[in-house]
Design a protein around this ligand. Structure first.
Ligand code: OAD
Length: 259
């Protein structure tokens, strides 16, 4: 693909698909300044040990360390805004007859950009639940308050609160995973954007779509294990390429961006 050309067939598919599904990963938020996980110099797992910060065992061992790390990430994301890629995906949802956005991200930036039908596979950083019983706890305005003593406690059972995200070794929310597989099985076009495509079970979803006959499109500056299986691989940042795809397919559409 040259700088100015987009595959004609892809633009046509965007225009005619009855159901488009998108799977996103941390790369879609990279242009908002949110660190990804596996990039060599800048990824969170290059600097921090996931086993010390993102497992139930880590929380049992040192709840304050884990809580403080997630509070730090909340602070980072709090000051981030959706980028052009997030806004273009929200616009795409308005333009095509049926649309599902599956995300591995926990930052809430898709919703902030206006996406509505969002399937969160790995939870959401802005929610809490208690560690012992899973009681959901509305964080209210306390989320960024300094926590000198570690995690606050559940008002119902007094066990420690944790962020409502999926940690290594935990299962994904069943209803989200079922919804993601169902969407993959019924779409004609499946876009995989900004994910290293290595974390199971999210990484298996594009293959389900391919087996069901969908065209697979990857948008990522780097190659991934999915690249050889994609019908199109666009090696560009999401914030550049997704708005261009939408603008090419719907030249008369007005942007839905409100800020
Ligand atoms: P990764 O950090 O593994 O991968 C991010 C991908 O985004 C890489 O392939 C980058 O090349 C790509 N990327 C970087 N900048 C981009 C841009 N501007 N546009 C498009 N792509 C770009 O993140 P994920 O694949 O999301 O899980 O990681 C999956 C899961 O692993 C995460 O949800 C998290 C992590 O451990 C949990 O916390 C459970």
């Amino acid at each position: 693909m040259t700088e100015d050309s987009l595959p004609h067939r892809l633009v046509e598919e965007l225009q005619t698909a009855e159901h488009i599904v998108v799977l996103t990963g941390a790369g879609v938020s990279a242009e908002s300044g949110v660190p990804t996980f596996r990039e060599a110099q800048t990824g969170l797992w290059a600097k921090y040990d996931a086993q010390e910060l993102a497992t139930p065992a880590a929380f049992r061992r040192n709840p304050k360390l884990v809580w403080d790390w997630y509070q730090w990430r909340r602070g980072l994301i709090w000051s981030a805004s959706p980028n052009e890629g997030h806004y273009a995906l929200a616009q795409l949802e308005q333009l095509c007859p049926r649309f599902s956005l599956i995300t591995q991200n926990v930052d809430g930036l898709h919703q902030e950009a206006g996406s509505v039908n969002v399937i969160e596979l790995h939870g959401n950083l802005w929610r809490n639940r208690c560690f012992a019983n899973g009681h959901p706890v509305d964080p209210g305005g306390e989320i960024l308050a300094p926590d000198t003593d570690g995690p606050p406690r559940c008002p119902r059972c007094q066990s420690l609160l944790r962020p409502d995200v999926v940690w290594f070794g935990e299962t994904l929310p069943r209803s989200s995973l079922d919804a993601a597989y169902a969407a993959a099985q019924t779409c004609q076009l499946f876009l995989v954007i900004g994910t290293s495509a290595v974390v199971h079970p999210a990484s298996s979803i594009p293959y389900v779509a391919a087996e069901s006959g969908a065209l697979i499109v990857e948008i990522n500056p780097e190659r991934t294990p999915l690249t050889p299986h994609a019908d199109f691989a666009l090696h560009r940042p999401a914030g550049q390429i997704v708005p261009r795809l939408v603008a090419h397919a719907w030249p008369n559409a007005h942007t839905t961006r409100t800020n």
